[in-house]
Design a protein around this ligand. Sequence first.
Ligand code: PPS
Length: 304
Amino acid sequence: MSLEDPLSGIPANVWKRFPLKLVEGVPLMEPIADNWAQVASFEALPDDLLIATYPKAGTTWMQEIVDLIATDGDLLKSRRAPTHLRCPFLEICSPARVLSGVEQLSKATSPRMIKTHLPIQLIPKSFWEQGCKLIYVARNAKDNAVSYYHFHRMNKTQPDPGLWEEFIVSFMEGKVAWGSWYDHVKGFWEQRKKHRILYVFFEDMKEDPKREILKVMQFMGKDLSDEKIKIITQNTSFQVMKDNPMANYSSFPPAILDHSISPFMRKGVVGDWKTHFTVAESEAFEADYRRKMGQCSLRFRLHI
Ligand code: PPS
């Protein structure tokens, strides 16, 4: 029998650091891999909007922006439920008595806003068949790796990251959940013109949030007033989201997300990699980066 967390109603005693299992060569957390058939056969609807990212690239931030645009900047509506209920996580699945992402989506009303970390080759084909819009957020590899390291520490369902110097090797080798950062960002970049994909950078969002919000708004086919755009910009700032219980993942029990180890809304900056990489690690990372990304036209900023 599972005990329920009093706040979230989520069973509290069935969680563990799930091992990774390959799906078409991509490591995914075991419950996701075991439930793969349900994800692969997911039936997208034409007005579904997919937010795709490598983990820790700015997913939650984009989810909040999209939801606020969809609700015409209505703060009460956008605070109707926590992020994971407003914008279900397509592939998520657990052994507990909690709805999987696919089950949650089957009950959701359209237009649906959906989160995924799947690399492009694993996106269920119905999204392409239905011509759905997709917003991809990419973050520079060094900051993305740092954020993912801390997330592994606090998310008790991800594999133990070990020491930072061990984690960074796993990251470079793509031996982490959802696989290689390099293949992920390149995959969506290379196909962005083939589908309805808006490719956005975390660093651009930090530099000029209003400019990037306008791009998202236009992509969604919305036309909001300057006043509404101002409200959306203010309410998707790091500090407001950190203090917003509907956007900061504080509704999860500590058996899953332990914010006392590292808060989900941790720093939200560009360049935190400088406080983690040694000079030797940085040089090795960059040499490896050039080998993997050299042929690609994608350019990331490590500072703004
Ligand atoms: S997840 O678990 O993959 O959905 O995580 P994700 O939301 O992609 O990434 C979490 C990181 O994004 C930062 N974040 C923000 N930064 C700036 N402004 C806003 N509004 C914002 N919202 C979330 C969050 O702090 C994590 O980055 P780090 O570097 O760890 O702080």
